[in-house]
Ligand binder design. Structure first.
Ligand SMILES: O=C(O)[C@H](O)[C@@H](O)[C@H](O)[C@H](O)COP(=O)(O)O
Length: 264
């Protein structure tokens, strides 16, 4: 077992969790911009885009608290194989919650949505999305895995993350960067997702899990052997202190954990 993940608990989402998530994201942004002049981020869907928007659209409080959107390249950690204007599309949620609300003076991040041309063939969709990553992160031959500066994820009530579901054979994939599935237990069934090795390889991995509905699975993930085998538990075990969890007190009620507090 490696070092444990950083587990943060906040009373309120808007007043405490979001400002801390902002600090965390901007720390990774500033670090990445110093290192290579661009911030490469992958995000999941679900409730994450809303919380992220609250964090990022808040007014800046100084030079190191500036969101440099024009230097961001944003990818999807997972996406549903539906048209980009469909209610189930993670890109649509991201557009509605964040992109369309960014004031013009802040500039726009570069987004990498799925290519709708491949909606009928989820494997082809995954292959094409992998090609996008190859083009961005240098040739596949010379780079074993793409190195995201940050991957932001959610946690499902069954312990899934990205579209990696408990006990699913995709969890064993070692080679491909982007995988497809047509049997997602959470609808819609056809999806693409980053593979576990790609997630584990990121510089930093941040989970956002809020609300009482997440409490039973978080208790399992942080307190039991069984939970450490769920996809979120596998990320904790494989990436250790590269992982941070941003939770509210409802999600962590009665969960014992190694660390509380604020990232600031
Ligand atoms: O597209 C998806 O379905 C997601 O990427 C998925 O992995 C999500 O992050 C979790 O299910 C948590 O979702 P909530 O935050 O909405 O509970």
């Amino acid at each position: 077992m490696g070092p444990p993940p950083n587990l943060f608990c906040f009373q309120s989402i808007d007043k405490e969790l979001a400002p801390n998530l902002r600090r965390y994201v901007l720390d990774q942004q500033n670090e990445a911009l110093k290192r290579h002049g661009v911030f490469r981020l992958a995000v999941s869907g679900g409730s994450l885009p809303k919380t992220l928007a609250t964090a990022l659209l808040a007014p800046s409080s100084g030079e190191d608290d500036k969101v440099e959107f024009p230097k961001w390249e944003v990818f999807y950690a997972d996406e549903r194989c539906v048209p980009l204007d469909h209610e189930d599309s993670n890109h649509k949620v991201m557009k509605d919650e964040l992109l369309n609300k960014i004031p013009s003076e802040m500039g726009q991040p570069k987004f990498f949505p799925i290519d709708e041309k491949y909606l009928d063939d989820e494997q082809e969709m995954a292959d094409q999305y992998e090609k996008v990553l190859v083009n961005t992160f240098a040739a596949r031959d010379s780079v074993k895995l793409p190195l995201f500066d940050l991957i932001l994820l959610g946690c499902g009530p069954d312990g899934h993350t990205c579209s990696l579901f408990p006990d699913h054979p995709l969890l064993r994939e070692q080679d491909a960067w982007v995988l497809s599935l047509r049997d997602s237990p959470k609808p819609p069934p056809k999806r693409i997702t980053l593979s576990l090795p790609v997630v584990l390889h990121a510089s930093k991995i941040g989970f956002v899990a809020t609300g009482g509905g997440k409490q039973p699975v978080l208790k399992k993930i942080f307190e039991s052997e069984e939970g450490s085998k769920l996809p979120c538990g596998l990320v904790n075990a494989g990436a250790g202190d590269k992982v941070s969890w941003f939770c509210d007190s409802a999600a962590l009620e009665g969960v014992s954990f190694p660390r509380r507090g604020s990232v600031m």
